[in-house]
Every structure is written in C-alpha cells, then in structure tokens.
Design a protein around this ligand. Structure first.
Ligand code: HEC
Ligand code: HEC
Ligand code: HEC
Ligand code: HEC
Ligand code: HEC
Length: 369
C-alpha cells in the first residue's frame, strides 16, 4: 500500500513538472490559415520574449534571476514552447532564454494555445496542461472540413468555448510575498462577453484556404499595444452638467480593470474650446502602484499595493470639474495611456523606446454645450 501511494505521489510530481512539450512551429500554419497567421504575426503573443519585447526585456534585465544567470521563471507564460521549459522554471537548473533557439522565440504560439487541454488552478499562478498528442488542435468550429495536416477536436473543450483558455496565464501572478502583481477578473461573464469575444472578435476573411468562410476570430489580440480601437466600444464617456460645475463619467464595461499591468498609467485629458480660445483643464491619472515600505518597488520586491486609482471592472468613475460652462462651449476629451509610467522610464532604461514613451489615445469624445 505504501509503495503504491509513493508511486502515485511520484506520478503526480512527474506530471506536474513535465511542462516541456514539442510544438509544431507557427510558420507551418501559414500555408492554410493565411489571414489568421498574418494577424497573429502582429500580436504581442508572437513577441512575448525578452528578445522581441523591449518592455519585458527591460524588467527582466533588472530581475535578480537574470543577474545570477539562474532560471527564467517568466518562461511559464512568456516562452511556453521552450524545449527546456522544465529547466527554465526549476530552481538551480540555470536555463535562460536563447535568441538562437527557435523554440524559445516562438512566443505564445498557435499550436501551444490550441493544445491547452485543461488548466490547474494554483495560488501563485495557474498551469496549462498540454494535450500529449501533437497536431490535434482544440477549437470551436461547428461545421468544418477535415484538415490534411492535423486533427480537429471540437467536442468537449469547454475552455475554448467559454473563453477560459486564456486564464492559465492571465488570471493572476502572485509574488513570493503574497502580492498579486497582476490579476484579471476571471469571473469573466459580462453581458455574455468573455476574454475571447472581446479580444478576438469575428472579422472578415476565411478561417482557412480550404473552405470559404466569411469570417474568423481575430488573432491579432486587441489590447493596449495594438488594435485598441476594437475595444473602444466597451468604455463609454458621458457628460453631465451641474449649475457651477460638470461631471465626466467613465464607464468601464469590461469585466476587469481598465489596465492590468502595474507598469501602466492611464490619463484622462480635457480641453474646453470657447470661441477661439482653448482652455485645458487638469489631467486625471489612474494607476495601480505596488511597493514596499511606502515606496514604489519592482514586482519581485513589492509586498503591498500603495495606491490604486485604476478604474475597476464594471466601474463608473465620476470626475467632477469645478468649471462653469457657457453656451457654445465645446468639450474635447481623450482617454489614453502610457504602457510604461513615465516616472519609471529612466530606471528601466526605456527613455528611448518608442512603444514605452508614446501616449496612446484610446478614446476621444466631443460634447457640445
Ligand atoms: C503566470 C504567467 C506569467 C508569468 C510567470 C510572467 N508573466 Fe509577464 N505577463 C503575463 C501576462 C498575461 C502579461 C500581459 C498582461 C497585460 O498586458 O496586462 C504579461 C506582461 C508582462 C509585461 C508587460 C509587457 C509589455 O510589453 O507591456 C512585463 C514587463 C512582464 N510581463 C514581465 C515579466 C517578467 C520579468 C516575468 C518573470 C520574472 C514575468 N513577466 C512572468 C504573464 C506572466
Ligand atoms: C494543410 C492545411 C492546413 C495546415 C498546414 C494547418 N491547418 Fe488548421 N485547418 C485546416 C483546415 C482545412 C481546417 C478546417 C477549416 C474549416 O472547416 O473551415 C483547419 C482548422 C483548424 C482549426 C479549427 C478547429 C476548430 O474546431 O475551431 C484550428 C484550431 C487549426 N486548424 C489550427 C492549426 C494550427 C495551429 C496549424 C499549424 C500548427 C494548422 N492549423 C495548420 C487546414 C490546415
Ligand atoms: C501561455 C500564456 C498565455 C495564454 C494561454 C494567453 N496569453 Fe495573452 N498574453 C500572454 C503574455 C505573456 C502577454 C504579454 C506579452 C508581452 O507583451 O510581452 C499576453 C498579452 C495579451 C494581451 C495584451 C495585448 C496588447 O496589445 O497589449 C491580450 C489582449 C491577451 N494577451 C489576450 C489573451 C487572450 C484573449 C487569450 C486566450 C484566447 C490569451 N491571451 C491567452 C500570455 C498568454
Ligand atoms: C467586455 C469586454 C472585455 C472582456 C470580457 C475582457 N476584456 Fe480585456 N480589455 C477590454 C478593454 C476595454 C481593455 C482596455 C483596452 C485599452 O485600454 O486599450 C482590455 C485590456 C486587456 C488587456 C491589456 C491590459 C494592459 O494592462 O495592458 C489584457 C491583457 C486583457 N484585457 C485580457 C483579458 C482577459 C484575459 C480576459 C478574460 C479573463 C478579458 N481581457 C476580458 C475588454 C474586455
Ligand atoms: C492565445 C491563444 C491562441 C493563439 C496563440 C492562437 N489561437 Fe487560434 N483560436 C484561439 C481561440 C480561443 C479560438 C476560438 C475563437 C472563437 O471561438 O471565437 C481560436 C480559433 C482558431 C481557428 C478557428 C477559426 C475561428 O474563427 O474560430 C483557427 C483555424 C485557429 N484558431 C488557428 C490558429 C493559428 C493558425 C494560430 C497561429 C497563427 C492561432 N490559431 C493562434 C486561441 C488562439
């Protein structure tokens, strides 16, 4: 009995640690899924590695694991197809991402996502369980032709259907001090919307070159780096006048906070045009600042949230302006963001990186009074 029990425990351990699998390269898919492949090529999922994402690199460069040339724990989500992923995420193994290893540079690849069979829920971060059989892809197509290259599994994959296939990596990441560095509200049903329907909306173009379909799920993954225009509809800006002041109401209709990564800074700008004069009013900023001992700190040092003014999921935030409007006034507003809070650009050596310093205009509105 004891031996049996021991074998069982060992089996679980081997299973849990066996994160390494081999995956067909995404370029294999290009031949038949051209539209999807081209969109994916522009996405952050394709460019999630330190060699391809300057912001990820900047933070990784400061990480104690990098400086000790130890493991690359980030690999679990940032280089999940690495052929030595087990070593990368195991203490003491010394395995870092390599620019010349194609399995390290594939990002969150086509085959990786389409082989997520189940997700184990854990306190620090969840774990994707990958189907052992290669070239057997999960999907949601109801009527499909057969593929000469791979098998298609549509039955029983609830994860693909309900949009939860994303939460193995996106639900949360807790550091060793018990602080959730980043978390998405995974209770993600929102007026019938989920991660997939908001971030992968249906767009024109065929699923494959074998059968003409009018639309497919967008694989550029609308987000803060790219295609944010596809998400504008989920944030509404309203205006309400009072006697000597007025309100702006920002309604976040998504299931999670407006921005999720603690590096981000959202800014709401407002300018009144009166006759030929422009009158700028004060900017309002939204951020979640993590830190230690009362000071902002890196994600592996921080043990608390110092300040959180970020607009939360399903929240309506009211900003009051102590300003008396006159007939004919025009109110121009912009809700936008910096991917990297300007205050930390220098300490991360990102002051010359365009994607980090740029102000992204997410949603513009004009109200006439
Ligand atoms: C549990 C999965 C997971 C792990 C482990 C992980 N990340 Fe991430 N990381 C993500 C997800 C998901 C995002 C996208 C979040 C967003 O955009 O809000 C992300 C985004 C980032 C970004 C923002 C990138 C950009 O271009 O704006 C940085 C920086 C980053 N991660 C650094 C790291 C570092 C450094 C490590 C390892 C020490 C790490 N991450 C480990 C899941 C993870
Ligand atoms: C030789 C052509 C060919 C290649 C190469 C190919 N596919 Fe497909 N794939 C198809 C066809 C055909 C379909 C069915 C399309 C339809 O019925 O509209 C399909 C469907 C799919 C589906 C949909 C499953 C569903 O139920 O929603 C997924 C996922 C998929 N392929 C993933 C991949 C991935 C990942 C790769 C690369 C590793 C790849 N395919 C390479 C031909 C191909
Ligand atoms: C294997 C882990 C993993 C899985 C699974 C995953 N993601 Fe991601 N995702 C990431 C990482 C890592 C990043 C950040 C990459 C970077 O910027 O370096 C990211 C970034 C994003 C972004 C930000 C895009 C932008 O322009 O800022 C969106 C949106 C996103 N993912 C949506 C999804 C959706 C939807 C799914 C499920 C269909 C999904 N992800 C599944 C790891 C994952
Ligand atoms: C109702 C629509 C909706 C749903 C559901 C939704 N999102 Fe979002 N998501 C948004 C909007 C809107 C933004 C903000 C985009 C912007 O400001 O450019 C966003 C931003 C993001 C970002 C980028 C955040 C950053 O800091 O860079 C990631 C990553 C993301 N969502 C992942 C997810 C995941 C994973 C799920 C499912 C658990 C999900 N979203 C569910 C609408 C949605
Ligand atoms: C981050 C995870 C993720 C990645 C990476 C990814 N897919 Fe998908 N893919 C999905 C999800 C989720 C769906 C289901 C969309 C739906 O139900 O609306 C899907 C749907 C599909 C479909 C069926 C078409 C449709 O409209 O439903 C095909 C074919 C496909 N993917 C191929 C690919 C190929 C090829 C790549 C790489 C070029 C790729 N996928 C990369 C998550 C992913």
């Amino acid at each position: 009995m004891k031996i049996l029990l021991l074998m069982f425990v060992l089996a679980i351990n081997i299973y849990a640690n066996n994160a390494t699998h081999s995956f067909a390269p995404s370029t294999d898919c290009k031949e038949c899924h051209k539209a999807i492949y081209n969109e994916f090529s522009t996405s952050v999922h394709k460019h999630s590695t330190p060699q391809k994402d300057p912001i990820h690199k900047a933070v990784w460069d400061k990480h104690p694991q990098k400086n000790k040339k130890e493991q690359y724990g980030c690999g679990k989500c940032h280089t999940p197809t690495a052929n030595n992923l087990d070593a990368m995420i195991t203490k003491g193994k010394k395995a870092l991402p390599d620019a010349n290893n194609t399995t390290h540079q594939a990002g969150i690849s086509c085959a990786y996502c389409h082989r997520i069979e189940s997700i184990e829920l854990h306190k620090r971060s969840n774990t994707n369980i990958i189907a052992k059989e290669g070239k057997n892809y999960f999907g949601t197509l109801k009527n499909h032709v057969d593929s000469p290259y791979h098998k298609i599994k549509t039955t029983g994959n609830e994860l693909m259907k309900n949009g939860n296939v994303c939460i193995g990596c996106h639900s949360h990441k807790m550091n060793k001090w018990g602080l959730n560095v980043c978390s998405t509200n995974i209770d993600n049903e929102m007026n019938g919307k989920n991660c997939v329907s908001c971030h992968m909306p249906k767009v024109k173009g065929s699923v494959s070159d074998f059968k003409d379909t009018s639309e497919h799920a967008f694989h550029g993954f609308a987000g803060t780096h790219h295609y944010s225009d596809m998400l504008q509809q989920y944030v509404k800006i309203d205006f309400k006048k009072h006697k000597d002041s007025f309100d702006i109401i920002i309604q976040n209709h998504s299931s999670h906070a407006l921005l999720l990564h603690p590096l981000r800074l959202a800014v709401f700008k407002i300018v009144i045009t009166r006759a030929n004069k422009t009158i700028p009013l004060k900017d309002t900023t939204f951020a979640r600042v993590i830190g230690k001992n009362g000071k902002p700190a890196m994600p592996w040092v921080a043990d608390t949230t110092l300040k959180n003014t970020m607009i939360q999921g399903a929240e309506s935030r009211i900003i009051n302006y102590d300003f008396t409007l006159q007939k004919g006034d025009k109110i121009n507003t912009v809700l936008g963001y910096y991917l990297v809070n300007p205050k930390v650009l220098k300490s991360l050596n990102l002051q010359d990186d365009n994607s980090s310093t740029k102000f992204y205009e997410f949603k513009k509105s004009l109200f006439k009074f």
